[in-house]
Design a protein around this ligand. Structure first.
Ligand SMILES: [Zn+2]
Length: 299
C-alpha cells in the first residue's frame, strides 16, 4: 500500500477505496472525540482529514460534534416542538438519524423520548377504542348485551393493560440487538439509545386509529367508510415500516463489516413485535380470564 494513488487514478476507478495515508486536505482541527467510520467502523479520533484512513470513505457529514436529535434541545426548543421535530427527524431523515451513531447520545433522554412515544400511541388508541365501543353499543344495543358490567369492565381493563404492554414491549425489544460485543461499550450505549429513538413514528398512531374508528362508525357498506377502514388498517404498517427501516440503518452503521446482522434484525424484530403483541393482547388476558372463570366456578 506504499504506492501513491493520484486523483487521476481515482477518477478512472471511483469504486476503489483510497489507500492509507493519501489525505491531502488537512485543513480541519483534529477530531477530539470517539467517532467511528460509518463504512468500516474505524475510530476517527485525532484525524484532521475528512477521509477514513482505513477504507477511504468520506466522513465529512459526521465530523460536526453537535448531536442533531431535537429532543436533546427540548429546554431551548420547548418540549412539544422538540418532541414532534424528533418524530419527523427519525421518520424522514433516516440517514441523518443514523449519523447520530457518531455523536454522544444520552440513554436517559432516549428513555424519556420512548415513554412519551408510548404515551402518544397508547392514549389516543385507548380513547378511540373505548369511544368506538361505546358508539357501537349506542348504535346497536344488542352488542355484548349478555356481558354485564363486571365482564365489560374486566375486558376493557384487560384490553388497556394489554395495549400498554404492546407499546412498552415493542419499543423495548429492538434494543437487544444493539449491543454486539464486537464494538466498544461506548458504541453499544449509543446504539441502544438510538434504537429507542427509532420508535418515534409510533407517535402518529392516533391518526390511523381515528380514521379506522371513523370508518367503522360510517360502516363497511359505504365507500368512504370502506376507504377509511382500509386506510386505518394500512397506515400503521407505514409507521412500522419507518421504525423498521431506522433499525436497519442503525444496524448497518453499527457494524458495517457485518451486513448480515441487519438482515437478521430485519427478520427477527417484526417476529418479536408479533410475539409481544400476541402475548400482551391475547395470551396474558386469556390467562387472567381463565383464572377468574376457574375461581368463580370453584366459589
Ligand atoms: Zn472507514
Amino acid at each position: 500500500m506504499s504506492e501513491e494513488v493520484g486523483p487521476t487514478n481515482l477518477e478512472t476507478n471511483p469504486d476503489s477505496p483510497q489507500p492509507k495515508g493519501t489525505q491531502s486536505q488537512d485543513t480541519n482541527d483534529a477530531i477530539d472525540r470517539d467517532i467511528f467510520c460509518q463504512t468500516c467502523g474505524y475510530n476517527l479520533r485525532g484525524l484532521t482529514s475528512n477521509r477514513c484512513p482505513e477504507c477511504g470513505s468520506s466522513f465529512e457529514h459526521i465530523r460536526g460534534g453537535d448531536p442533531e436529535i431535537p429532543w436533546m434541545y427540548r429546554r431551548r426548543l420547548g418540549w412539544f416542538r422538540a418532541y414532534w421535530k424528533t418524530v419527523f427527524f427519525v421518520m424522514f431523515k433516516q440517514a441523518r438519524f443514523a449519523d447520530e451513531m457518531a455523536r454522544p447520545v444520552s440513554f436517559k433522554e432516549s428513555q424519556s423520548f420512548r415513554w412519551v412515544t408510548v404515551f402518544m400511541a397508547f392514549v389516543p388508541v385507548t380513547i378511540l377504542a373505548i369511544g368506538g365501543g361505546v358508539a357501537a353499543k349506542v348504535v346497536d344495543p344488542s352488542i355484548a348485551s349478555g356481558w354485564g358490567i363486571p365482564t365489560t369492565l374486566g375486558l376493557s381493563v384487560a384490553g388497556m393493560v394489554g395495549l400498554f404492554l404492546v407499546f412498552a414491549g415493542s419499543t423495548g425489544v429492538p434494543s437487544y440487538f444493539y449491543h454486539p460485543k464486537e464494538v466498544s461499550i461506548l458504541q453499544q450505549n449509543r446504539a441502544i439509545a438510538l434504537s429507542y429513538y427509532a420508535c418515534g413514528p409510533m407517535a402518529l398512531l392516533g391518526i390511523p386509529a381515528a380514521i379506522l374508528v371513523t370508518g367503522i362508525v360510517i360502516g363497511f357498506d359505504n365507500t368512504i367508510g370502506g376507504i377509511s377502514i382500509l386506510l386505518g388498517l394500512t397506515l400503521p404498517l407505514g409507521l412500522l415500516a419507518a421504525w423498521w427501516l431506522d433499525l436497519i440503518h442503525l444496524s448497518r452503521r453499527l457494524l458495517p463489516q457485518r451486513p448480515g446482522r441487519a438482515v437478521g434484525i430485519a427478520i427477527l424484530v417484526p417476529m418479536l413485535w408479533c410475539f409481544v403483541t400476541g402475548l400482551s393482547l391475547f395470551a396474558i388476558p386469556a390467562l387472567v380470564i381463565s383464572a377468574i372463570v376457574i375461581s368463580r366456578s370453584l366459589a
